[in-house]
Design a protein around this ligand. Structure first.
Ligand code: ADP
Length: 489
């Protein structure tokens, strides 16, 4: 990849705030740098929204709400469909942009653009399927009319790990439902969101429907908007820690919330599994997005009879991965997002080794520029190791043996998180029985990836509230209104 092409792609992105349909500088002209995590160098600078800019964005969203709610559903759907087409037409450039700011290999970035675009296609189809109901009351005398209406202006906050898809799965249903938005992307990866906003403008999204405020002062900008009282909905994807803070703030205005928070996914392999398939899926569940996914397999529990073989096979596959800058065509594992993220992963591995964990492959950061970490497999990791309880967010696979099904389920559920669990077995009874017993919003049954725009994504326990995608995805952006009608005939 030539440096010229990289700079050219970055230069095409509007690097300002989008408020009321106009690209603006931040109040006072503040900017912040966006870094390439594979080199540590600054790629460009982006306007840094202040609390006053945030308020201007909410003003614009509130002003646009009535007109947008009155727009024909077909028109809203067609804007999404055009944006889907534009995303796919620009897939290569958008993938490069994402790789530059986030680090994931180009092939994965291309995959994310397709995944992100698919939310627009899905919700383009849902926009014209918002229905209601008419019913006769049990007493036979009154009638119920039930309608669904846009919830109103939404506050959306997205993380850096999937800079495009975490945006489209909020923006898509909000547009389909007829809601306006203030979007705050992660300050580590604002470029993908700014490029997306530009595409939505080109697709015909009216001014003020989507307002984008990148900022390094997330709390200072968003808290006043949450407490303002004019927004009607908060949708957040990020850490459980920040989710808790936002839920407390949202209580002040009884804001509807959707929360996609942390995970600590168990990956269960029973001795009756197809081991080849389990290892393939383990690679996907662990290494997709460099391990920086809330759905990443965090803890591998393997039945004792096959534990050593599984560990050896996984270690061999992990050792063969090519680590390198995501823009290099043969790179399979990019850098972690920041020096802090890399230090955190190193600390978790050191803690596990200090408690008796054994390194089969990898084990630490790689030397040189960028925040690269060696793909790592550990065995004999004790339950009290931090690796067993904390979200790793890196290319580290800890493996622990188990003896029977009850123990496996108990281990899998021994966490405050409940986003996804992976389960490998060829016994149909066990597959269904264990799927029912797992405390998770999603189960990958002999599958290493669960994400699909047409399916309901979300967690139970402290992994979150609500679902994104699927038939229920749009419900999060709709209010139900019931009209009571006495039958006088
Ligand atoms: P991660 O660990 O993935 O960075 P965070 O929860 O820290 O997850 O961040 C996810 C998103 O939440 C980012 O856009 C970040 O800027 C934003 N964020 C962090 N702290 C706050 C806060 N106090 N209020 C609002 N948004 C926040």
């Amino acid at each position: 990849m030539s440096a010229e092409r990289e700079s050219a792609v970055v230069a095409t992105v509007p690097r300002r705030l989008l408020i009321g349909g106009a690209w603006r500088d931040a109040a006072g002209g503040a900017t912040f740098g966006v870094e390439d995590p594979s080199t540590g160098r600054e790629l460009t600078r982006v306007a840094d929204a202040s609390p006053a800019d945030g308020l201007a964005a909410l003003d614009a969203a509130v002003a646009a709400q009535p007109g947008w709610a009155a727009t024909a559903p077909r028109e809203r759907g067609e804007i999404l469909r055009r944006a889907y087409e534009l995303l796919m037409a620009r897939q290569d450039d958008l993938a490069l942009l994402m790789t530059l700011e986030m680090g994931k290999p180009l092939a994965e970035a291309r995959g994310e653009i397709a995944y992100a675009a698919e939310f627009f296609r899905w919700f383009a189809e849902e926009a014209v399927r918002i229905d209601g109901g008419y019913a006769v009351a049990p007493d036979g005398r009154s009638r119920f009319l039930v309608m669904r209406q846009p919830v109103g202006p939404c506050l959306l906050i997205t993380p850096w790990n999937f800079p495009m898809a975490m945006g489209t799965r909020k923006i898509g249903p909000a547009i389909a439902a007829g809601c306006t938005m203030v979007m705050k992307p992660a300050d580590l990866t604002p470029l993908s969101m700014l490029a997306l906003a530009d595409i939505l403008r080109a697709a015909g999204l009216p001014a003020g429907v989507l307002n984008v405020v990148p900022t390094t002062s997330a709390g200072a900008v968003m808290e006043p908007l949450i407490r303002d009282g004019r927004a009607r909905k908060l949708s957040f994807t990020g850490s459980t820690q920040v989710g808790r803070i936002l839920l407390q703030q949202a209580a002040s205005t009884v804001l509807r919330t959707s929360m996609e928070l942390g995970g600590n996914a168990p990956f269960l392999v029973f001795a009756d599994s197809d081991l080849d398939a389990a290892v393939d899926a383990a690679m996907l569940a662990k290494m997709r997005n460099i391990g920086e996914a809330c759905t990443a397999a965090n803890r591998f529990y393997v039945q004792r009879e096959v534990a050593t073989e599984f560990a050896e096979r996984l270690a061999k596959r992990m050792a063969a991965l090519r680590v390198g800058r995501g823009t290099e065509t043969d790179s399979e594992v990019g850098p972690l997002i920041s020096a802090g993220a890399r230090n955190k992963v190193a600390g978790l591995v050191d803690d596990a080794v200090g408690r008796g964990g054994r390194v089969l492959v990898g084990g630490g950061p790689l030397p040189g520029a960028g925040y690269f970490f060696a793909p790592t497999v550990l065995t004999d990791v004790p339950a009290e190791a931090r690796l067993s309880t904390e979200e790793i967010f890196g290319p580290v696979a800890p493996i622990t043996p188990f003896d029977d099904e009850d123990q496996a389920v108990a281990l899998a559920n021994s966490t405050e998180f409940g986003l996804v669990s992976y389960l490998f077995t060829r016994d149909i009874d066990r597959a269904l029985r264990v799927s029912e017993r797992l405390e998770a919003g999603m189960v990958g049954l002999n599958a290493g990836i669960v994400s699909n725009p047409a399916a309901p994504f979300g967690g139970v326990k402290q992994s979150g509230l609500g679902r994104e995608g699927g038939r229920v995805g749009i419900e999060e952006y709709l209010e139900v209104k019931y009209v009571a009608i006495p039958a006088s005939w």
